[in-house]
Each structure stands twice: as C-alpha cells, then as structure tokens.
Ligand binder design. Structure first.
Ligand SMILES: Nc1ncnc2c1ncn2[C@@H]1O[C@H](COP(=O)(O)OP(=O)(O)OP(=O)(O)O)[C@@H](O)[C@H]1O
Ligand SMILES: [Mg+2]
Length: 462
C-alpha cells in the first residue's frame, strides 16, 4: 500500500503536540488528520476510517479509552497507539487489553513512534491475510499434529498459517497442557526457517543463574567455572527459530538484555566486548496471563510489547468441550495400537464422564487419562471404571467432604509433602498440572520438591 493511502488520525488537545506529530508523519508520507476533542475524533473517523489512530488518553470532553473503543468496534482492523500524559502504566495496560497496539508515555521522540507505526501496519497486513485465509480454508480437524475442530482451534490454525511465513514475533498464551509447544512447532515447521534449527529454552526449568550464559554464551574466564569459550543458544538458533518457553519466568534483570538483542539484532557473550549479529525468529510462550505477569513485576512491559506482535491465546480444554471427543478418540487409537490392546472404543457412559470433567491439566491430562484407561480396560470398551474420576470430579476432591483423619504425629510440613506427592502421583508426575491443581506457580512447586526431596520419577510410575 502506498503511504499516501495510509491515513492516520492524531487525537490530542495540545495543539503543539498534535501539530508536530502531523508534520512529522506527513514528512514520512502519510496522510494525517488531527482532532483536539473526542467528539471531533469520532466524527472524523466515522467519515472514513483511518488505518491508524494515535490517541491521548486524557481528552477535554471524554476518556481517550472510549475513542479507542469506538475505533476498534466500528473498524476492528484499525490499529491504535495510545499516548498517556501521567505515566500511568495501569491505564495504558487497560488500553492494550481493549485492543490498543501500543502505548507511549509523553513526552516521546518521533523516532520512538516511527517503528511502532511500521509494526502496526505490519500487523494490520497479517490480520488482513488471516481474514482472507479464513474464507479460503474449510473446517479442519487436524493441523500439523494439532487436533481439534472447535472454532477456537480453527482460528488458531488460520493464525499460524498466516504468520508462519513472516518473521513476526509470536507469543503463545495458554494454561499448561493446552498445546502451546505443538503450536510453536507448527509455526516453525511452516516457516521459511523450517530447515534451520529450532532451539527451545524453558525459562522455568533452567536455574536463574544459568539462563544468561546458556542464552548468550560466554568467553573463557568470564566467571568462575567458565573454562572455555561457549556459544549461547541464541547463536545456535541462527537462521532458525528460538522458543523461549515460560517467558514470564525469565529473571527480570535479564529481560532488558533480551530486549536489546531483539531491537539491535546483535548480542554480546558474557565477558566479551565483541558484538555478533544474530538472526532468529522469536516464539515465546507463557501459562501466566501476561497482564498478571506485568502487574506482578515478573514481565517487563517493554519486552512484552516487543515479543507479542502476534499473540495466540490457546483456550483451556474446558472451554472447547467439542474437541474432547476428537482428542479422546485420537489418544485411544494411539495407545491401543502402541500397547497392542484389543479395545475398539470408548463407551457412551465413559464419554459422559470425559465431557463432564473440568480438565485442569488440559489436553495433557486427557492424554494421560486415555493412556491409563487403555491399559486398565478389562473389556473391549473403555468404561467409566477405567477413568480416574467419577461424575466429573476427581475422587480425592469429592472425598474431602467425608473427612480425613490427620495422624497425630504429622507436622504441617509432613502434610504438605504428602499432599504434593499425592498430587504428583495423580498427574503422572506432571509438575505443571500438579501446580495447577495445588493452586501454586510451578517455580514454587519446584522449590518445594527440592525442599522435601521428593522423587518425582518414582511417583510418576506408581
Ligand atoms: N490439540 C492437541 N492435539 C493433540 N495433542 C495435543 C493437543 N494439545 C496438546 N496435546 C498434547 O498434550 C501434551 C501437552 O502439550 P504441549 O506440551 O504442547 O502443552 P503446553 O501448553 O506447552 O504445556 P506446558 O505449559 O506444560 O509446557 C503433549 O503431549 C501434546 O502432544
Ligand atoms: Mg510447553
């Protein structure tokens, strides 16, 4: 699209601000309108929607958020950038939740705005492509090893299809076991980088102190224990893709360093002054809602905006129950074949239980349940008795009402240890699912596992 055809609406009641923005944008070749009140902005916008809206949050006659919502509601393809005068990040995050592409704290230099406009336009194009694709694709029940026919999954396939070939950063958000890694795989293997490396780093699993040197590499003698030069994973991902799993668990001190790599496309090893150019496509994932992670100070907002050019939200299994049957069938066939069991189906009654269950461990839990059921089944069908729960709830949970006698000699710590062990047993050793059930974050579970010296491996098989 020719720049002249790109129309930008600047909404600000400070004439100085609005005029200087208009001048700069016009010099870059865009067509620019300005409005000094919310009412004027809406009127201008309605006359011919602008592709980009840049709006101050505090306007004399109305809240900038309402102008923004109006733009998004009447023209969802419009990308908006919010300016905020009093540096209130909370308000700005609220705006990005309502669909704003970015926010800027005033005052800012035009140089900061320039790349944002380019990014916003890039995203607009990708979205438009997704739309076209949506019309072309028929219903799919499977896509690159991802199973699911629900509307939500269809949308995800379309998004993958349209963004894979670009180098846009993708953030995948979803509860544990929803298939984030499968989606990351589909993106990489559908991209032009498919034949190059796909490096995966789990930020929650690596000890905090190690992440930096693992990612960036180090020179010999950079710190005690650095006996030789070592390339970082960033280097290994060159030409390919890098998946940073559980990005919100990356130490905050390290986040600016990653941000710099993304901005400058170059990095330095620990202990070295030399910069190396790198080229990788970044995919990140998190099972913590990013807004929460930002609020809790775990994820820096500047990094968040950089990594989330495209965000894919993977809904939990309980919100797409129509996929349960398809997935159950798939896993049942897979394990019946694997274990050579003469089972030819899942009974209606067993399906009823599967549909009623809440699936805190999502698809991974369903997979484990089916594996176990295939092994346990005594007839040629999987029956409710082969499932580890009754009437839609886990037996342990429904049993708590019946009372539980605490042995007199147990300390609170003994009890905690026991509960963690039992839960891990129930999830087949899956720590994230256990953390979900226990209502704590995974790092906290890890530290408790260490504290109580729990042998997860042996629990998984009991
Ligand atoms: N839609 C799906 N179709 C088929 N298998 C799936 C699907 N979603 C998840 N799975 C399976 O469930 C398991 C968990 O998936 P995956 O590792 O991608 O989840 P995740 O969201 O990355 O979980 P975590 O947050 O714990 O890392 C894998 O064995 C995967 O193959
Ligand atoms: Mg994962």
């Amino acid at each position: 699209m020719d720049r002249k055809e790109i129309r930008i609406l600047v909404v600000d009641d400070e004439p100085m601000m609005a005029d200087s923005l208009k001048q700069n944008l016009a010099e870059d070749g865009f067509t620019v309108d300005t409005a000094s009140t919310g009412a004027e902005a809406i009127e201008l916008f309605d006359r011919g929607a602008h592709q980009i809206g840049i709006c101050d949050l505090q306007l004399p006659d109305m809240d900038g958020m309402d102008v923004l919502r109006h733009m998004k509601d009447s023209q969802p393809a419009t990308e908006t950038i919010v300016m905020t005068g009093y540096g209130s990040v909370a308000r700005a995050i609220e705006a990005t939740k309502a669909g704003a592409f970015w926010f800027l704290e005033k005052p800012f230099d035009y140089e900061v705005l320039q790349p944002l406009i380019a990014k916003a336009l890039e995203r607009r194009d990708l979205m438009a492509e997704t739309e076209t694709m949506r019309r072309q694709l028929s219903t799919r029940t499977e896509y690159f090893n991802i199973i699911g026919a629900s509307k939500q999954m269809q949308m995800i396939y379309e998004t993958i299809e349209s963004v894979a070939k670009s180098d846009a950063n993708v953030l995948i958000v979803g509860e544990s076991g929803t298939g984030k890694e499968l989606i990351a795989n589909a993106i990489h293997y559908n991209s032009l980088r498919a034949k190059k490396a796909f490096i995966k780093v789990n930020c929650a699993a690596l000890p905090k102190e190690l992440i930096e040197s693992e990612l960036f590499g180090h020179t010999k003698g950079a710190f005690t224990g650095a006996h030789a030069d070592k390339d970082g994973l960033i280097q290994h991902a060159a030409g390919g893709s890098l998946l940073l799993d559980e990005i919100a668990e990356m130490p905050v001190e390290l986040q600016p360093k990653l941000l710099r790599v993304l901005q400058e496309r170059s990095y330095r090893k620990i202990g070295s002054e030399r910069t190396y150019a790198v080229d990788f496509r970044l995919i990140t994932s998190t099972n913590r809602p990013p807004a929460d992670a930002i609020r809790d100070g775990m994820l820096r907002d500047d990094l968040f905006y950089r990594i989330s050019t495209i965000t894919i939200h993977v809904p939990p299994l309980r919100e797409r129950t129509e996929d349960i049957q398809l997935l159950a069938e798939h896993f049942f066939k897979l394990y019946a074949r694997k274990y050579q069991r003469p089972i030819n189906g899942i009974s209606q009654a067993a399906y009823q239980r599967l549909f009623a269950h809440q699936w805190p461990g999502n698809v991974r839990e369903l997979q484990n349940v089916l594996e176990r059921a295939v092994l346990l089944a005594k007839t040629n069908k999987i029956e409710p008795v082969d499932l580890p729960f009754e009437n839609g709830s886990m037996p342990e949970k429904s049993a708590t009402g019946g009372g539980w006698d605490v042995p007199a000699n147990m300390t609170l710590e003994d009890i905690e240890k026991l509960v963690i062990e039992k839960t891990l047993q129930r999830t087949g050793g899956n720590k994230q699912a256990a953390a979900n059930l226990l209502g704590i974050y995974r790092p906290r579970l890890y530290s408790k596992i260490r504290k109580y010296k729990i042998d997860v491996g042996s629990l998984a098989t009991t």
